[in-house]
Design a protein around this ligand. Structure first.
Ligand SMILES: [Zn+2]
Length: 330
């Protein structure tokens, strides 16, 4: 089981080095759009970390494309279980109204864990850190161009080796493209950590949504409790790329997520050791499954208990540090 004693009993005012890292493979399960200005976001980076790996173009998934859907999942649940109000008229002393990016309540688990910024009215730093994620496989094997009239046409753009920007054409990320990712949480209490983890496990819809595109599954590899920050998404992606190639896996074809998960589960302890952080616990495999089954029991009472515990901790932090200072300033 995950060591609860590792987590602070209350969210501290200053950083105290309690890092709980959620390490996962994000996998598209339908056609997704991670774009700004009408084109998929990409980056030219080394394929792996070996001298002969060469440079490839990878699809990138920016930080906000990852965190926003996860935050919205949690906020929906807070409303579903009556911890934040559905609208302003229903708010009470115990149930604040919290409007994303418009009118943050500054005390719910979402506001405290992920942070907020509302101009002069104050801000709270995020305690959940994520970074741009990169596709495991190259852009040319990981995308497909759709036209408006045809269902889709494949291959043409990759054969030309350049991105066209014809108005009636739109690049989509193919199904079963893998984005290795690390989500670091710092100094969260155990209930607030489970709140964040629950969001990650339940979020399904990422990227720009047209009709039914954008479905992803987050495959959890493990949870690492450490005293410091660890490897980046890009480095993890490159090392996983190398490790899969060593196993003879063809990275010009969709990679089976379960093969990638097995290889990643072996790789992560090595990467953690290289980072020279103190690893209090690395939870994966059967023990992780047991922890998830017990913590996220699929019934309403258990979910309400989980959310309430997270809310108690965020409220306590808010009343000690956030709401007080906001009042003091005005
Ligand atoms: Zn809030």
């Amino acid at each position: 089981m995950l060591n609860r004693d590792f987590f602070p009993k209350a969210v501290p005012a200053r950083p105290t080095g309690h890092y709980a890292h959620i390490i996962l493979l994000r996998e598209t399960e339908s056609y997704a759009l991670f774009q700004t200005d009408g084109e998929l976001n990409t980056a030219r980076v080394p394929a792996g970390t070996k001298p002969d790996d060469g440079i490839i173009t990878r699809i990138t998934m920016f930080k906000r494309k990852q965190t926003t859907p996860e935050r919205l999942v949690g906020r929906e649940l807070l409303r579903r279980y009556g911890l934040i109000a559905e609208d302003k008229t229903k708010k009470t002393d115990d149930m604040p109204f919290c409007d994303y990016n418009v009118d943050f309540c500054k005390q719910c688990p979402d506001c405290i864990a992920y942070g907020f910024a509302i101009g002069d009215a104050g801000s709270e730093k995020s305690k959940v850190y994520s970074d741009t994620a990169y596709s495991l496989t190259a852009f040319e094997y990981s995308h497909e161009a759709f036209t408006l009239n045809a269902p889709y046409e494949s291959g043409t753009m990759s054969r030309q080796g350049e991105v066209t920007s014809r108005i009636n054409e739109q690049d989509h990320v193919r199904p079963q493209v893998i984005f290795p990712a690390v989500i670091a949480t710092r100094d969260l209490t155990f209930p607030l950590f489970t709140y964040v983890l629950n969001n990650v496990l339940r979020a399904r819809r990422y990227g720009a949504q047209t009709t039914r595109t954008g479905t992803m599954t987050n495959h959890l590899i493990g949870i690492a409790l450490t005293d410091g920050d660890i490897f980046s998404n890009l480095y993890f992606t490159q090392r996983l790329y190398d490790a899969l190639r060593e196993q003879g896996i063809d990275l010009s074809e969709p990679v089976n997520a379960h093969s990638a998960l097995a290889v990643a589960a072996n790789l992560v302890p090595d990467l953690l050791a290289e980072d020279r952080v103190v690893v209090s616990q690395w939870l994966s495999g059967a023990e992780l499954d047991q922890f998830l089954a017990e913590t996220f029991a699929a019934d309403e009472t258990a979910m309400q208990t989980l959310l309430k515990a997270a809310y108690n901790d965020s409220k306590q932090y808010a009343h000690t540090y956030v709401l007080k200072s906001a009042k003091g300033k005005s």
